[in-house]
Design a protein around this ligand. Structure first.
Ligand code: 7GP
Length: 878
């Protein structure tokens, strides 16, 4: 039998086999020839890591086989393609996902068992591919899973970071430590290096008569990552780019003994794809980041255009019918200028033709309204790195503003009719000017300041892509979100409320001009990874109850569970599965942290990036108060407490001062509470270190309550809320993001909703807060405990305490204090309902039953129909 292995890359004449004994033989071959294990050690003298590599290499054969067939077929049919441009893809592990999506679980479990191992253990030998920060990156991963499953011709395009999201360790003081994520150290069997697919990427240099001569050039090299769909022969592609030098090595410098110089080019180039910026929802205007963005955007566009050209030569008018590029937030939005450049400078199109094509080929998704996340590049930085692009952006900006002049003029006239401007008082001419003397510089400046801005100019400026930095006079910025809006055919938010907010706030003026451009695409998550694969117990019960295993591809079938919500026998089975999942999680937590957890209490979980707007702080304050209550309760009162395990997980951006304090506070509370004999099993507080996709797959199926408690109007959508919902976990949360739509599907009365609405927040921030003195005594008590050193480090925590209570120092922008009382009310409701296990379980079933809408298959279908106009092209089975 011929084998297909990554080492020979040859394609097999026979298809990879699907029966356990030949799979076993195949794994052995791969262990010997790909992993290079000594034959006398195969199979039983090997460590899990090596065996994992052998198994992965074998699974890869199946992937590559189907991948090649898919890509060949699509190439032959030449349908319209979608290219999902994203600086982040948070994939997690691949082995089990591939085996399950390829429907080879039974085969591989059996084959591996015969070799004396079990698949579950091998799965843990895989490193997590954490090429993303949080929601946005994981969404991209769910999207390409759905694209493949729906047979949609499309690729993801991103960066093959050498170091992904940092590893988080918690030191003995509770402090977050950041360690590098060396995720490629055991190799990466899931990628196919493409040394033959490379593009040149230029930076710096100068522009002469519209011709750019880059001062520095590097190479982008492709790596393909096959993405298996489920119950389909389609295997999609995630193409990631690695940065390499044009010249490996400067031999002359080396011969002269200048060793550093000899490798300088290499290091400079490699830096570009070296590390993922670990910021979530905040941006720092670092040149290297812009370099990364341009690097992967340029490579991806050149690649897609080259493929187009191979089929349609110079028929560029056809491009919008063959390709659409979805820009995942502002990170890839330099694509607007780069696509223009490629069409004008490289393909010799005229400006108007090119611009018409661009505006039909690009689309843009916004993921956050946090002002600090909307990227604005200083003109100086962008102009130095990409001088030709700055020129193009400048022209886009002036043509765009020119096109608005008439409209704006009419608006201003209209305004003046209603509100006539006051006539200007005649100015006294300064002495120095009278005699025709040159203006004294200071005077000239003063005069300029006094001069009123032309109202038409002022009105036009709010549409400006290039504008002055309001905080730094004279410093001009390129507003990347505005560039994207102007250059795109569609702009969307990621949940109904969020899409509405962006129309009223950050893109208000643009929405008024082109209302039809603005859409909503409520997020979704893949039900394969986030229900079927991570919760096998529940998946089996669902299949048995519905009498079909079609639901992972048609998640609305879950509504069929509604009729069992009150069925006591069914509830019992449902609860038993949750209990098993809790036990599994407890074992994992014990192994990773040493903490012993009982499995009877309510499991309450908040996992997400640590951010003030997500309000982990609100959660821990309520935990602190609960701790106080338990400690001061009489033996009689103690009986009334509903035992709880409160679990947190999440990383703080390394430079985010307050977030790091919150991590430490949670950890300190845990250290005190968990060893306090007064508390026993009534309360445990766990911070799981290094929260990642793998942790999420263990935490979510075990959760009974999840915290989705962002300040209303701040969380664009949230996606963990959907994953928890699918797994029958109840939500305590605000009317924010997708919580609102979840409440619609599940029935608002079945969620624990609390806090201010989005509409109430601005008034609070603008005025009401100033008069507010009604601090809840429980809130005051919890803060006092932080300040009196109950958890140690009271000085360190002082400003954290002040941030929500001392208005002279901070303004509690995220409304922790005013939402606290209603949060505690909702928490009491939680405890009350949890004591009625039948009612709790009834709700839990309704959550899962109502989660069909949040499959990313639904989201992707909407993108495909309403933005991309891309149609499924199913690949015929082999
Ligand atoms: C997140 C949003 O915060 C979250 O609400 C949403 O569900 C998710 O995107 C997917 O749409 N935003 C980010 O992750 C983000 O802004 C910037 O990252 C790097």
């Amino acid at each position: 039998r011929e084998i297909v292995s990554p080492s020979n890359g040859a394609s097999s004449t026979s298809r990879p086999s699907k029966d356990p004994s030949s799979v076993q033989a195949d794994v052995l071959q791969n262990l010997e020839f790909v992993v290079g294990a000594p034959s006398n050690k195969i199979p039983n003298g090997l460590d899990a890591k090596s065996v994992y590599r052998g198994v992965a290499a074998s699974v890869r054969e199946h992937l590559i086989d189907a991948f090649n067939r898919t890509q060949d077929y699509w190439s032959e049919k030449d349908p319209k393609f979608v290219y999902y441009l994203s600086a982040e893809f948070l994939m997690g592990r691949s082995l089990m996902n591939a085996v399950q999506n390829l429907e080879l679980t039974g085969t591989y479990s059996e084959a591996v068992k015969q070799l004396g191992y079990d698949l579950e253990t091998l799965r843990d030998a895989e490193q997590n591919a954490a090429l993303g920060n949080g929601g946005l990156g994981r969404l991209a991963a769910c999207f390409i899973d759905s694209m493949a499953t729906l047979n949609l011709p499309g690729w993801g395009y991103g960066i093959r970071y050498k170091y992904g999201m940092f590893k988080q360790a918690i030191d003995e003081k509770g402090y977050q430590q950041e360690l590098p994520d060396i995720w490629l150290s055991n190799g990466n069997p899931w990628e196919i290096p493409r040394p033959d697919i490379t593009f040149k990427i230029g930076f710096y240099g100068s522009v002469d008569n519209f011709k750019w001569s880059p001062g520095e050039t590097i190479i982008a090299k492709a790596y393909d990552n096959p993405i298996p769909g489920y119950k389909t022969a389609t295997v999609g592609n995630l193409r990631l780019w690695e940065a390499l030098p044009v010249d490996e090595f400067d031999l002359t410098a080396f011969n002269e003994g200048k060793y550093d110089k000899a490798v300088e080019q290499r290091r400079k180039a490699e830096d570009i794809s070296a590390v993922l910026y670990p910021n979530d929802a905040t941006e720092y205007g670092k040149e290297l980041r812009l370099k990364q963005q341009f690097f992967f955007v340029s490579a991806s566009l050149q690649d897609a255009l080259a493929r187009f050209k191979a089929k349609h030569s110079d028929n560029w008018q056809l491009l919008p019918e063959k390709a659409v590029f979805q820009m995942n937030d502002t990170h890839p939005t330099i694509a607007v200028a780069e696509l223009m450049r490629l069409l004008i400078d490289e393909q010799n199109l005229d400006w108007d033709t090119a611009w018409g094509i661009v505006q039909k080929t690009l689309a843009f998704t916004n993921h956050t309204v946090m002002p600090e996340a909307l990227e604005k590049w200083p003109v100086k930085v962008l102009g130095k790195l990409l001088p030709r692009h700055l020129e193009i952006i400048d022209k886009i900006d002036s043509i765009w503003k020119d096109s608005l002049k008439e409209k704006v003029l009419a608006q201003v006239e209209e305004m003046h009719k209603k509100n006539p401007p006051k006539p200007k008082a005649a100015k006294e001419v300064p002495l120095a000017k009278k005699a025709g003397a040159p203006a004294v510089p200071e005077q000239a400046e003063e005069e300029e300041e006094e001069e009123e801005e032309d109202p038409v100019e002022a009105a036009l400026n709010k549409y400006g892509i290039i504008t002055e930095n309001p905080w730094e006079k004279g410093v001009k910025l390129v507003n990347m979100a505005y560039l994207a809006v102007v250059g795109s055919k569609a702009v969307n938010g990621v949940a109904a409320i969020h899409s509405d907010i962006i129309k009223r706030t950050i893109f208000k003026d643009f929405f008024e001009l082109t209302p039809n451009k603005f859409q909503n695409k409520t997020n979704g998550v893949t039900p394969r990874r986030w229900l079927a694969w991570c919760n096998p117990g529940l998946a089996a019960l669902i299949t048995e109850t519905l009498g079909t295993d079609a639901w992972p591809n048609d998640l609305n079938l879950l509504t069929g569970l509604r009729q069992y919500a009150d069925d006591k026998d069914f509830q019992k089975k449902w609860r038993a599965i949750k209990h098993e999942n809790k036990a599994r999680l407890a074992a994992k937590i014990k192994e990773r942290t040493g903490i012993d957890l009982p499995t009877e209490p309510l499991y309450d979980i908040q996992i997400k990036r640590i951010h003030e707007y997500k309000r982990q702080y609100l959660n821990i304050l309520s935990v602190i108060y609960r701790y106080h209550e338990i400690k001061t309760a009489s033996p009689e009162e103690r009986k009334k407490f509903v035992p709880r395990v409160t679990i947190f997980g999440g990383k703080a951006a390394s430079a985010y001062y307050m977030a790091k304090k919150i991590v430490r506070l949670i950890n300190r509370v845990g250290m005190v509470v968990n060893k306090d004999p007064d508390v026993k099993d009534l309360l445990k507080v766990v911070f799981v270190p290094d929260y990642n996709v793998d942790w999420a797959e263990a935490l979510i199926p075990a959760a009974e309550l999840c915290q989705q408690i962002s300040t209303a109007g701040t969380e664009a959508s949230g996606t963990s809320n959907m994953k928890f919902q699918m797994n029958g976990c109840l939500i305590i949360g605000t009317m924010d993001g997708a919580n609102i739509e979840i409440a619609e599907e599940v029935g608002k009365e079945n969620l624990f909703i609390f806090g201010m609405d989005e509409s109430e927040v601005p008034a609070w921030r603008e005025g009401k807060r100033a008069e507010w003195k009604d601090y809840d005594p429980r809130f005051v008590k919890a803060l006092d405990m932080i300040k009196d050193g109950t958890f140690g480090d009271e000085e360190y925590f002082q400003d954290l305490a002040d941030s929500v209570s001392d208005m002279s120092k901070s303004n509690d922008w995220f409304l922790v204090a005013p939402d606290f009382t209603d949060y505690m009310r909702a928490q009491d409701d939680v405890d009350k309902i949890y004591q009625d296990q039948d009612e709790w379980t009834r709700r839990s079933i309704l959550y899962t039953a109502g989660s069909g809408f949040f499959s990313s298959d639904r989201t992707i279908k909407q993108y495909a129909d309403e933005i991309w106009d891309v149609k499924p092209v199913p690949v015929p089975a082999a």
